[in-house]
Design a binder for this molecule. Sequence first.
Ligand SMILES: Cc1cc2nc3c(=O)[nH]c(=O)nc-3n(C[C@H](O)[C@H](O)[C@H](O)COP(=O)(O)OP(=O)(O)OC[C@H]3O[C@@H](n4cnc5c(N)ncnc54)[C@H](O)[C@@H]3O)c2cc1C
Length: 267
Amino acid sequence: MEFIAAHDLDEALAAKADRPDATLLSGGTDLMVDVNLAHLRPSPVISLRRVLELRAVTPERIGAGATWAHLESSPHAALAQAARTVGSPQIRAVGTIGGNVATASPAGDGLPWIAAADATIAVRSVERGERSIPWHDFFSGVKRTSLASDEVIVGVDVPDDVPKVQEFSKVGIRNAMVISTVSCVVMRGPDGFRIALGSVAATPMRAARAEAFLNAQPRISDTELAELAEIVAAEVRPITDHRSTEAYRRHASGVIARRLVERCVSR
Ligand SMILES: Cc1cc2nc3c(=O)[nH]c(=O)nc-3n(C[C@H](O)[C@H](O)[C@H](O)COP(=O)(O)OP(=O)(O)OC[C@H]3O[C@@H](n4cnc5c(N)ncnc54)[C@H](O)[C@@H]3O)c2cc1C
């Protein structure tokens, strides 16, 4: 296996321009599973571990190399909550948000927050420089993205109007070290509620109908919350697979969306 350890972003970008077939390596917590279990033999591999520029986190940009351990203390409450649920301390110490975004698993726990925040994915290449891709254009299917072969994800760009009141929750088959069966982020700001879900469609999704319903209510009581849960359950697009059934995912989506809305209302 040919291994290129990039020392900075320019070196990484140059290596990717030179070898667009190369596989990028950040924390390796997704990639090495494929190497070990699916007998993937990527070559060359460009390691981003030493690229310090990618680890920087500012109010405007979460660097692709920011680890979950770092994001556990993010000022964005729901992102911090999501970070705390990823894997184990060992996984969070090396696993990155950039790897989560690039893998684009429907169960990626960082993705509902990105959708609720209406964030954009910043990508860079030697040839075209930097471009910003809205999250809904970036995620194009199960483990599919619009990242070009010569590009590196440099970060998640955070709009300045992300609501401060936000909550994350996920449902899985146990309480820890679990891949989400359903995950959800709810945010409440001056423009109303935002609801995003993961593991219930090929890509992360916003529950637009549920948001419109909720934001049209003059007050939110148990009646509206019950209706909201039904709308969310109808709006998601889950499948039945080895982790859960479509019916359970629909039900759980409504339940956790309702709970998170209740938490946001009470804050
Ligand atoms: C035991 C275990 C538990 C886990 N639990 C969870 C969990 O609870 N929730 C969850 O969401 N995930 C979980 N994961 C999956 C994984 O930890 C996360 O998706 C993590 O964020 C991946 O980041 P990484 O840096 O390790 O990515 P890597 O494995 O290094 O890379 C993953 C993919 O992204 C590409 N890539 C990496 N960085 C970039 C970049 N900057 N630009 C372009 N492409 C890039 C790589 O080429 C590769 O295809 C778990 C994994 C394991 C092994």
